[in-house]
Design a protein around this ligand. Structure first.
Ligand SMILES: [Zn+2]
Length: 70
């Protein structure tokens, strides 16, 4: 079992929130950047994910946040 650590998406700044809510990939619509609503942020093994609902079809959309420090 992997532990899911809950994080508070609402603590992020407005710029990040807007960006993360827009940069999505929906497996049901097969389209990117449709947007999501009702975001839930969590962490698994050091990786941060945001789950939300596709604005268009309301399927669950998961975004993995990648940090590129290069
Ligand atoms: Zn969708």
């Amino acid at each position: 079992m992997t532990d899911r650590i809950k994080r508070d998406f609402s603590l992020r700044n407005q710029e990040e929130k807007t960006e993360f809510l827009q940069m999505t990939w929906c497996n049901t619509c097969m389209k990117e950047d449709l947007g999501m609503e009702d975001p839930q942020e969590y962490e698994i093994e050091g990786k941060i994910f945001i789950d939300g609902k596709c604005v268009k079809c309301h399927s669950v959309v998961t975004t993995e946040l990648a940090f590129d420090d290069e």
